[in-house]
Design a protein around this ligand. Structure first.
Ligand SMILES: NC(=O)c1ccc[n+]([C@@H]2O[C@H](COP(=O)([O-])OP(=O)(O)OC[C@H]3O[C@@H](n4cnc5c(N)ncnc54)[C@H](O)[C@@H]3O)[C@@H](O)[C@H]2O)c1
Length: 317
């Protein structure tokens, strides 16, 4: 088996995906890369290389040096940051993906590309959004995600590159902090509940969005990449989901464990507008049918595990 290279490996997903891949395929077979260096004492359980994902030459060099056969391309700007820096978002989200696909084509690598519920827009059916539907996003993040999905499909059809991808909903996790997305509240709320017993939310109480616990997201990623190719009709950008949340619903669930927890609201108009342009919920039946996707964590199971794991890390809960 050729090696795996992960871009953006120090982010919210990469910080947990790299250990899962190392456990499964061998520590020395997974090369973590990022434009940041790992914190002192971390990142010593396998190879790490500095890589700006928009640098074709360095990417090419690393893929050849480490005999890479699969790239998990995680480096990107997330939704809220992309609205602050649309030009940087275009350069990284599109430029990075294009270069990864080109290097993959030249070196016969497979590519995993995470898309997002941000690939949908206000014209998309909002409830149980279908796998194949209108995609006219109004954010720079969404524009780069739709274009990315199409580019991955193109590289598969035209050049035979084994591209696969998921449309993740908001991801909830406790290892690395989220990188500036619209669903970050669903992570911040746990830190605030454990530390301060109160949280000021930047989305309105009834804003409904799909979410997923990181463990399910990592399993979905591995299962899709190991799926029998003949079964995949969609390949890129499978809708996947696990639970449907509002800030007030999540606060109520946390209150079952921390009765004195209080939430109030200071709505951020930029992130609220992004959330309002996204689907309320996703239909993930294509993923279920084509590669057997099945989430394990619902709201209750996720909340219980988050409080336990994060509480142990913060040593206060
Ligand atoms: N976290 C979520 O809720 C979520 C949901 C849907 C989709 N996604 C997608 O998953 C992918 C990873 O998301 P994440 O949450 O881990 O993001 P993150 O912001 O936490 O991490 C991104 C990483 O990329 C690195 N990076 C930034 N610029 C780079 C560059 N030029 N070259 C190389 N690395 C660079 C950063 O240092 C960071 O470690 C992204 O494509 C994101 O759009 C995430």
């Amino acid at each position: 088996m050729r090696r795996i290279l992960v871009t953006g490996a120090l982010g919210q997903i990469g910080a947990e995906l790299v250990p899962v891949l190392r456990e499964r395929y061998g520590a020395d077979r997974v090369v973590a890369t990022d434009i940041r260096m790992p914190p002192v004492g971390a990142g010593e359980d396998g190879p790490f290389e500095f890589l700006d994902a928009t640098n074709t030459h360095l990417l090419q060099e690393l893929v050849r040096k480490h005999e890479v056969g699969t790239v998990y391309h995680l480096a990107a700007l997330l939704s809220a940051v992309s609205e602050q820096k649309p030009h940087v978002a275009w350069d990284l989200n599109m430029g990075g993906l294009y270069r990864v696909l080109e290097v993959a084509r030249q070196n016969r690598c497979a590519v995993f590309f995470p898309s997002s519920i941000g690939a949908f827009g206000p014209g998309t059916p909002r409830e149980r959004t279908p796998q194949d539907t209108v995609q006219r996003p109004t954010t720079m993040y969404g524009v780069t995600k739709v274009a990315g999905e199409l580019l991955c499909d193109y590289y598969h059809r035209r050049f035979g590159v084994d591209t696969r991808g998921l449309r993740f909903p908001g991801l909830i996790s406790y290892v690395a902090p989220p990188g500036g997305g619209t669903t970050d509240y669903a992570v911040e709320i746990f830190y605030a509940a454990i530390r301060h017993r109160r949280y000021t939310c930047f989305l309105a109480p009834e804003t409904r969005l799909d979410m997923m616990y990181m463990r399910d997201a990592l399993r979905a990623t591995v299962e899709l990449m190991e799926a029998e190719p003949a079964r995949l009709r969609h390949r890129n950008a499978f809708n996947v989901t696990a639970m449907n949340l509002t800030p007030e619903g999540l606060a109520a669930e946390i209150r079952r464990h921390i009765p004195e927890f209080r939430i109030d609201y200071e709505v951020d108009p930029v992130r609220q507008a992004i959330a309002d342009s996204w689907p309320n919920s996703l239909d993930d039946s294509a993923a279920r049918e084509e590669w057997g996707w099945q989430p394990e964590y619902d709201l209750a199971a996720m909340t219980q595990d988050m409080l336990r794991q994060l509480g142990a890390r913060l040593k206060t809960y």
